[in-house]
Write a protein that binds this ligand. Structure first.
Ligand SMILES: Cc1cc2nc3c(=O)[nH]c(=O)nc-3n(C[C@H](O)[C@H](O)[C@H](O)COP(=O)(O)O)c2cc1C
Length: 165
């Protein structure tokens, strides 16, 4: 089973998770970036990113290479912004809806509060799927590392390997 991890990360927590998962399940990685980077400091960081998420914006992405036909499943990874997935994920789904519709979609999210459940429900709705499963939710795993978080990543990878079996 060949898997692509497609993720957005502003401050590298999701990047850390994506790379850990890729190592453990031998997946390919596609990092997406908005053409116009969101502010990453101070008040503007939360204001503009939060507003963009709440408004349901789809920022234009820097060109990336992704050929869905080479993959059996897709993992989407993102930071939670204003209770939902960060906007570049919406852009990616809108650009690739047709080619990923029939494939299993899994997801991981990082957040500072730890509650990503609502974001998974919203992502499922965007993808027109009943549910995203399995999912992984972690609190800032790069800036607040812990053995529990590494164990959760490992458990998520085991679930993926079981899908494979
Ligand atoms: C614009 C913005 C909005 C955010 N909104 C939330 C939120 O609603 N709930 C939460 O728990 N964390 C929120 N956060 C924190 C991030 O989700 C968290 O720090 C995440 O791990 C960052 O991932 P990254 O380093 O891959 O960008 C927000 C951060 C930003 C920049």
């Amino acid at each position: 089973m060949k898997i692509a991890i497609v993720y957005y990360s502003q401050s590298e927590n999701c990047d850390f998770v994506a790379n850990e998962i890729a190592k453990q399940i031998d997946a390919d990685i596609v990092r997406i970036e908005p053409e116009k980077a969101y502010p990453d400091k101070g008040f503007k960081k939360f204001f503009w990113g939060g507003k963009s998420a709440v408004m349901g914006e789809s920022p234009k992405l820097v060109p990336y290479t992704f050929d869905a036909s080479g993959y059996d499943a897709i993992i989407l990874g993102y930071p939670v912004w204003a209770g939902t997935f960060a906007p570049p994920i919406r852009s990616f789904v809108e650009q690739n809806r047709g080619v990923i519709a029939e494939k299993p979609v899994l997801a991981f999210a990082t957040s500072s509060g730890g509650n990503a459940e609502k974001s998974f429900v919203k992502l499922a709705a965007l993808l027109k799927k009943d549910k995203i499963s399995p999912t992984l939710s972690l609190v800032d795993p790069l800036v607040k590392p812990s053995d529990d978080k590494l164990a959760a990543i490992e458990a998520f990878c085991l679930q993926i390997k079981e899908l494979n079996a």
